[in-house]
Design a protein around this ligand. Structure first.
Ligand code: CU
Length: 143
């Protein structure tokens, strides 16, 4: 009898502990926005770079996107566009085009309008491919 009660009590404590861990993981997941430098696309992989990471607020920052296929060869002649939006705040978007500076490498200048967390939405288009949309998150700071 005592043993059963002990077992029930331990099982409940384990359940509560597990629930707390799950809650903690969930809240971590919703608050931890991390920059993902590599993202997969159906054709291969995308590499994100921001010069002087974290980005500078109210300054032009170079965003460099490298595209390569499964064989590691550059994916050329794509049309890239980026839009920056501040997360959880409507303080203005910033859109710009990225141009191909060397085969498979696309560069453009983006300006986050405030310090904080920003979402970068990238559109990769080509007449022969289905348009790809990717998102990333980065921090902007004041100089
Ligand atoms: Cu803002």
């Amino acid at each position: 009898m005592l043993r059963t009660r002990f077992f029930v009590a331990s099982a409940m404590m384990l359940a509560v502990g597990a629930a707390l861990i799950v809650l903690q993981l969930k809240s971590d997941h919703s608050t931890a926005y991390s920059f993902m430098p590599k993202q997969a696309i159906p054709q291969g992989e995308v590499n994100w770079e921001i010069d002087n990471f974290p980005a500078r607020a109210l300054e032009l920052n170079t965003f460099r996107i490298s595209l390569h296929n499964m064989a590691g060869k550059p994916i050329t002649d794509m049309s890239l566009q980026m839009q920056l939006n501040m997360i959880g705040m409507v303080c203005g978007d910033y859109s710009f085009v990225l141009t191909e500076s060397s085969p498979g490498v696309y560069e453009g200048e983006g300006m986050p309008l405030m310090a904080g967390r920003w979402q970068a939405s990238l559109t990769i288009a080509h007449p022969a491919f289905e348009t790809i949309e990717l998102n990333n998150v980065f921090h902007a700071v004041y100089d």
